[in-house]
Design a protein around this ligand. Structure first.
Ligand code: UGA
Length: 433
């Protein structure tokens, strides 16, 4: 099938490349000439495991091309995907400027039977707005499909090729069939293809992210209570996870969720409801609990040291989660900002995200090329992101390097009993002291 993907951000690039890999002819369009040139050279501007090889392989096979010119590929395409950004505006609502611009630009070139697929995360009602705009611009009936994505950064290729489910919102059964054909190579009997209305598909995306964000804020709140009453959240988590109605996933306490999706989508959902005169009390709390949780490591450090002025703190992990260099809404930024404000010195390490954090803090933070290097003479180690290389360190060596054997672990990576035996003062999230 001939496909056009408008937007080569994270979602567009992964989706376009995976569709090329399953044998389609894919043209990715972006307004950024520099990015298009890079991609045509086989260079991928983001860090996502396996993506660069896949881009190179499919480009070489002639199934994947990148261009700034939209007209020609759109005029030959059966499916035109919109995968441009929907950043959060000042009010918390999703900014739809790029989505509507893409729809407007493609309108004169669309084939009569083409399907326009909205992949960007958009608030309820946007697909219908796109449909109306295209009707108006083309003067005829147009096929529009809402096809939300459920990719996790760091696992995006696996999530795409082995989806738990594919959701499409359609205005006619024919559109559903075109989409089913496209996704057929990735479907399994227990990974269903779900066809529904436009609004339901749009809601599905937000409800999934709001549910997951709620689980995290819930477990973080419970972890904080555990600490106060002398309970251990790891035991409690196991205790509840075996209840099949609850399950184990997304119940790891931590320093709050970050990334480009949960914070933005929770607020956008609140906004959608507010526009209809409804207040989503639960989501307001999910958001507030998360903001508070991002301060949890700093508060623990402050409680331990009293005055942090002049203290040297090693920070392991800057990305909002492992396997990505994405630092949007990352809890590490909140911690570093607070530490710098009170005059502490920050020595930071991350396997891939340091360049991005450097842009934010410049030389106010010392970036270390190895995680052990950050420990030299530090008063404490704070762990923010659970990269694999931090999971089984040489504790003897850590103790030798730190000025004091104190660890603040925002991801509960280590066994508190072992840490006590090793002679550390170990502070996790929701653990018994
Ligand atoms: C999330 C969803 O998981 C995807 O399904 C969705 O497609 C994507 O948003 C999106 O809307 O584009 P992502 O933001 O890449 O994916 O990352 P997650 O792996 O979901 O993690 C989000 C945050 O939650 C991270 O900061 C992570 O550290 C935190 N988290 C996750 C916890 O604190 N505890 C957990 O148990 C799980």
């Amino acid at each position: 099938m001939r496909i056009v993907m408008i937007g080569t951000g994270y979602v567009g690039l992964v989706t376009g490349t995976c569709f090329a890999d399953s044998g389609n002819d894919v043209t990715c369009v972006d307004i950024d000439q520099r990015k298009v040139d890079m991609l045509n050279r086989g260079e991928v501007p983001i860090y996502e495991p396996g993506l660069a090889e896949m881009v190179q392989r499919n480009s070489k096979a002639g199934r994947l091309t990148f261009t700034t010119d939209l007209a020609e590929p759109v005029s030959a395409a059966k499916c035109v995907f919109i995968a441009v950004g929907t950043p959060m505006s000042d009010t918390g609502a999703a900014d739809l400027t790029y989505v509507m611009k893409a729809a407007e630009a493609m309108a004169p070139h669309l084939k009569p039977d083409a399907v326009v697929v909205v992949k960007s995360t958009v608030p309820v009602g946007t697909n219908r707005k796109v449909l109306n705009l295209l009707r108006e611009k083309t003067g005829r009936e147009v096929h529009v499909c809402s096809n939300p994505e459920f990719l996790k950064e760091g696992c995006a290729i696996d999530d795409f090729t082995k989806p738990d489910r594919v959701v499409v919102g359609v205005t006619s059964p024919e559109v559903g069939e075109v989409m089913r054909e496209l996704y057929q190579p990735f479907l399994r009997t227990d990974h269903p293809f779900l066809v529904m209305g436009l609004e339901s598909a749009e809601m599905t995306k937000y409800v999934a992210n709001c549910m997951l964000a709620t689980k995290i804020s819930f477990i973080n709140e419970m972890a904080n209570v555990c600490e106060l009453v002398g309970a251990d959240i790891n035991d409690v988590r196991r205790g509840i996870g075996h209840d099949q109605r609850i399950g184990f996933s997304f119940l790891f306490p931590g320093v709050g969720y970050g990334g480009s999706c949960f914070p933005k989508d929770v607020r956008a959902m609140e906004h959608v409801a507010a526009e209809k005169g409804f207040t989503t009390e639960l989501l307001k709390s999910v958001d507030a609990v998360n903001d508070r949780q991002k301060n949890v490591l700093f508060n623990k450090l402050k409680k331990h040291f009293g005055d942090l002025q002049g203290k040297k703190i090693a920070v392991w992990g800057l990305a909002f989660k492992p396997r990505t260099d994405d630092i949007r809404e990352a809890p590490s930024l909140v911690l570093i900002r607070s530490l710098l404000e009170v005059g502490a010195k920050v020595f930071a390490h991350d396997p891939v995200a340091m360049e991005n954090v450097k842009k934010e803090f410049g030389n106010r933070v010392t970036f270390c090329s190895h995680h052990y290097e950050a420990l030299d003479g530090a008063d404490a180690l704070a762990i923010v992101t659970e990269w694999n290389e931090y999971r089984t360190p040489d504790f003897g060596y850590i103790k030798h390097k730190l000025k004091q054997p104190v660890i603040f672990d925002g991801r509960n990576l280590y066994d508190p009993a072992k840490m006590a035996r090793e002679g550390f003062t170990y502070n996790g999230i929701g653990l018994t002291a």
